[in-house]
Design a protein around this ligand. Structure first.
Ligand code: PZK
Length: 299
């Protein structure tokens, strides 16, 4: 278990840390929170096999932050987003955004365009995902006839999100809001794939979060990054096996190789990563950013 002390940012109070990101609130000289804003900071930490690795991936936080900002713009005609400013403390420049504080909806909005992971497990058991019947004969990595909404609960820190039926979303937020987030989540993944596929990347699935600004639904958190979505190299897509991960494959291959000396089933934390694995992984994050946006990444 890694438990890094979060950064001390003058003018900000640390509120919460996820596995790889930290949340702060701007505070005045009196120590009171100000202005209905939050600072969302992406670290260079990376998770694999449910562990946060002790070795950071240089620039990962900045690459994912810049990618998410780019996607928010690509999606702006579908849904407004929470980003207010990228004018942030120098210590987190490039890897933090100031966002509007919203009333977050208590559901994780997941959409799947390809079948794998938890969706595949559910399909093998029941022939359906999130209660939606699917055709027979689908395998790991199959493209779904159309993207499906497979919501989950927001688990407390350290626990895994649990899939819930669509009716559970209706019970939490009401019929109209449920239909709205379902349709938007699916459209976000569809738009993402229209763009990404042309650039050699498949977005298998994604998780988005929404909040409310009064009555208005707003897209929050990060969007269509490798941490919130499964990125697959399109040219290696081959249904019927586990697909290689665009970003994590070098890490997984090394951790499960004899060279690492690590036994995944031991319960022990994974060892630190060799320099070449770190550099190859950093290069994949940068490559994803540059392919998708068509822009050079600058740290
Ligand atoms: C919010 N998180 C998750 C993100 C973390 C934790 N715009 C918003 N308004 C209110 N709350 C949130 C957001 C957003 N985004 C997001 N938790 C609360 C989260 C990043 C780092 F540690």
């Amino acid at each position: 278990m890694t438990s890094d002390t979060p950064l001390e940012l003058p003018g900000y109070a640390h509120l919460y840390s996820g596995k790889v990101r930290d949340l702060y609130a701007p505070v005045g000289a009196d120590g009171q929170q100000r202005g209905g804003r939050l600072l969302l900071v992406a670290s260079d930490r990376m998770s694999a096999y449910d562990f946060v690795l002790e070795t950071p991936i240089p620039d990962k936080g900045a690459v994912l932050t810049q990618l998410s900002l780019w996607w928010f713009e690509q999606l702006a005609d579908l849904v407004p987003h929470h980003v207010v400013s990228t004018d942030v403390p120098a210590a987190v420049a490039g890897r933090a955004v100031l966002v509007e504080r919203l009333d977050m909806l208590p559901v994780e909005c997941v959409a799947r365009a390809y079948l794998t992971g938890g969706g595949l497990a559910e399909y093998r058991t029941s022939g359906a995902v999130s209660g939606l019947p699917l055709p027979d004969g689908l395998v790991d990595g199959s493209r779904l006839p159309e993207p499906v909404f497979t919501p989950s609960t927001k688990a407390p820190a350290g626990e895994h999100d649990e899939p819930i039926p669509y009716e559970g979303v209706v019970a939490e937020i009401g019929t109209d809001r449920a239909a709205q987030v379902r349709d938007l989540t699916v459209r976000i993944l569809q738009r993402g794939n229209e763009i990404a596929k042309r650039r050699g990347i498949l977005l298998a699935d994604t998780k988005v979060e929404f909040g409310l600004r009064g009555d208005e639904l707003v897209l929050a958190d990060e969007v269509l990054t490798p941490d919130s979505s499964r990125f697959w190299p399109a040219d290696q897509w081959e249904p019927g096996r586990q697909q290689p991960s665009y970003d994590k494959q070098f890490v997984r291959d090394w951790l499960t190789s004899p060279a690492s000396g690590w036994d995944r089933d031991s319960g022990e934390a994974p060892p630190s990563l060799p320099e070449d694995v770190v550099e190859q992984t950093r290069a994949k994050y940068v490559e994803a950013y540059e392919r998708l946006t068509g822009q050079a990444f600058r740290a």
